[in-house]
Design a protein around this ligand. Sequence first.
Ligand code: HEM
Length: 492
Amino acid sequence: MNADTTPLPPCPAAAQPPRGTCPVHTTDTTTATTATTAKAPPAARPGPWPPGPPSGPTGWSWLWRMRRDMAGTLEGLQRDWGDLVHLRIVPEQVVLVMHPGLVRELLVQQHDRLIRAERPVEVFAGLHGQSVLVREGADWHAQRLALQPAFAPKAVKSLVPGLVATVRGQLQDWPTQHARWPVEQRLTQLTMAVILQAVFSSRLEPAALEAAEQAVQTVSRIAQGEFFWPASWPDAMPWKARKRHAMAVLRGLVENHLQDRLAQPEDSWPDDLLSRLMALHRAEPGRWTLRAVADECTTAFLAGHETVAASLTWWCWCLAADPQEQDRLAREVAQALAGADPGPQHLSALPRLRASLQESQRLYPAAPMLINRRATAPVTLGGRTLPARTLFMIPVQQLQRDARWYPQPGHFRPERFLQPDEQRPRGAWMPFGAGPRVCLGQHLAQDEMTVVAALLLQRWRLAPVPGAAAPQPEMAVTLRPRTPLHLSLQPA
Ligand code: HEM
């Protein structure tokens, strides 16, 4: 892909005025109407780079520093150089964007001058094929528009009863009490079961679930390593047997479900994501080939459970570390549900619970760094014009732990999200990204997390394992505790 010479076709969505008519922009709950409807003015001639530290001959040491301690390195750079920091990392000119206003200027107003950075996309394409996650330009736009209805809030609400049944089924295997419960591992299995239900209406046997989980872990770990290298050895190399095996497990999982569905009479297909994708295939078999359907299923499966599991794991930790807040949330759940299962109608009646999920996602965003963006044309940010090919890094975790918008930013305080805060700029909370490429599955993720959180609080109280240290966040495609989180379970 040649970023310099392949201009993006204009995104029709960006030019359409009223919010509500464009399915792309309506999903971005963090997008201002004025920002989405205004076309970015033509950029001026590129000027000097923003301030930044000396890079030495290559600047590669910055990559190593970030890999070792992302949060600490970014904090130091922002403290010393400000909200827009230039790093020369041969062969790239990198600009870190660490102010919510500047991030929105970039991702919302100037999204038609950006593509995702080539290397992460190359790595993701090895896993996701040509799904919406990796496509660019007109292809991405058409794909996103076609998928949007399946992920719209109303469509997601219709999945809630199936989702509740799956979560209940998974929680039945949890003990009434346990001194050291592997909460992270069990939440990963649970979210995997949920996404299998949402995408394929399927329930895997525990052994198959575990094999799939192992495969996801293997490919995620390998992908994480590959991001930092300019190229990868072909997967056929003898030392890549583990990756090949893991990929075969994941491809087999998707293929088997697809073939099963094709073998069933169409009028008996369940209402799930696969059926919605198959409807696209039936309507436009040239564009929506079975390969394309399989790729979207793979993305929904991979993007749709790891992230949710990571977010729920951190939420559990935040509650375990704050028993008073946990009691407050349990009281809200008890009052709103009176012992019943959460239904679609209850989800908005749990404001504090939802705020607690927002707050834990602020502290521990599953994707602490958005996939880097490449400028395909000059981009103007904060009055500074930066040339085509600039590589932008958007550190979400840094943005969300900024004391300017969140006093005592390291503290878990759900009340921050109970009332709108006029002082807090839009974009200061963006665990799902922002702009037209905002997470496609955010409504599903938010409803799922609310359901799981409510069902957990109806059954248990969580506490840290006595003597165990607080979990240390580490990047493993998603932000996870460095060692798998265990918590003590007590009956509610
Ligand atoms: C808590 C859970 C989740 C988090 C934190 C999350 C986060 C994100 C983020 C930050 C992006 C944008 C990346 C970027 O701009 O570089 C993204 C994109 C995406 N997410 Fe999610 N996600 C979650 C759940 C889901 C679920 C449940 C699904 C689907 C079942 C999903 C599907 C996608 C897809 C398809 C994209 C690519 C959209 C595009 O490029 O147009 N995600 N997600």
